[in-house]
Write a protein that binds this ligand. Structure first.
Ligand code: UDP
Ligand code: MG
Length: 320
């Protein structure tokens, strides 16, 4: 049925899926249709990120009907970043497109992305124009986090998404030359440089049930993003330390002066306030330093990013 299966595909689509059985089939069918219209020699790599529903069974069905659809099942939920990496390691295409399995990343943009790639772009970022679905709180939080990372980390990730096309050269760099454990894919691709292009899209309403991100997983992502790209928080701690030291000198001078003048040293409230302030500075600083130490610890342990428990349509499920 598929004559081109022998050689490497030209376009790979990598799709992480976590408990997506509700809308997966529809999404994959649509993506496959669009790929087919652009390039006969395509593959789709769906990574089941430890779903507890029928996601993997559906991937198997899809793969049995169409050998160009391949599936990987991770042994548990490792998170979207790990799932994307698993897919990137597996993808064989000359260009790899990463997109969500809930049709929120409109597959109709794929032809435009491929066109930009043909005309020389090595990374094509799809940038969100709006997020109708998100609550005001999530929008505000996303805006603050993006601003913070952009200004502190020196990379622009405003409204960026994980929806991207990457040239083979970029995929190889991400897979082989960026060994860090904790990744923030969106930031990494901006950090790389290379010939970039941007296209804009409106985030569609989510297919299936609600978003898979909880408040805590988003917070974790934000901390990873920040600690991956900047050590400025650590420097702020040092500055705060110096600022308190200077303040301390002033207060000490004032106290000595009062003593010389023979006035009783008063100011119980001042002592309490400065104790509380300095105490909280110290605790926050320790927390910030702790975040970085935790990151070092994660890197030093050098555990694999993910473990694969099953695969379908793939000969060698552990590449390299
Ligand atoms: N996802 C994943 N692992 C997770 C959480 C999410 O692979 O632990 C996948 C999910 O199946 C979807 C994509 O990541 O394809 C984006 O997730 P979601 O739509 O829940 O996030 P949002 O659209 O709110 O960013
Ligand atoms: Mg989504």
């Amino acid at each position: 049925m598929n004559l081109t299966n022998q050689q490497n595909p030209v376009i790979s689509a990598v799709i992480p899926a976590y408990n997506e059985s509700q809308g997966l089939k529809e999404a994959i069918t649509k993506i496959a249709e669009i790929l087919e219209a652009c390039e006969k020699n395509w593959e789709i790599v769906i990574v089941d990120d430890g779903s507890s529903d029928q996601t993997y069974q559906q991937i198997c069905q899809l793969s049995n009907n169409e050998p160009r659809i391949k599936g990987l099942a991770l042994s548990r939920n490792f998170g979207k970043e790990a799932a994307m990496l698993a897919g990137l390691e597996q993808a064989k295409g000359e260009a790899v497109i990463i997109l969500d399995s809930d049709l929120q990343h409109p597959p109709s943009l794929i032809p435009e992305m491929i066109e930009k790639w043909h005309s020389g772009a090595q990374i094509v970022h799809a940038v969100k124009r709006s997020r109708k679905d998100d609550s005001a709180g999530k929008k505000a939080a996303a805006f603050c986090i993006n601003q913070l990372i952009s200004s502190l980390g020196g990379i622009n990730i405003n409204n960026s998404s994980d929806f991207k096309l990457l040239d083979r050269e970029i995929v190889d760099i991400i897979v082989h030359r960026l060994p860090e454990r904790e990744r923030f894919f969106r930031g990494l691709t901006s950090w790389l440089g290379f010939a970039e292009e941007y296209i804009y899209f409106d985030v569609a309403t989510r297919q299936g049930d609600e978003s898979k991100w909880s408040f805590w997983s988003l917070l974790e992502l934000a901390i990873t993003a920040l600690t991956s790209f900047t050590s400025l928080p650590l420097r702020i701690v040092t500055f705060l330390g110096f600022a308190t030291l200077i303040l301390g000198f002033f207060v000490a001078g004032d106290t000595i002066l009062s003593l010389i003048k023979g006035q009783a040293v008063s100011g119980f409230a001042t002592i309490i306030i400065s104790l509380l302030l300095i105490g909280s500075f110290i605790m926050i600083s320790l927390g910030i330093i702790g975040e970085y130490i935790a990151k070092i610890y994660e890197e030093v342990k050098a555990r694999p990013h993910y473990l694969v428990k099953a695969s379908v349509g793939i000969k060698d499920k552990n590449p390299e």
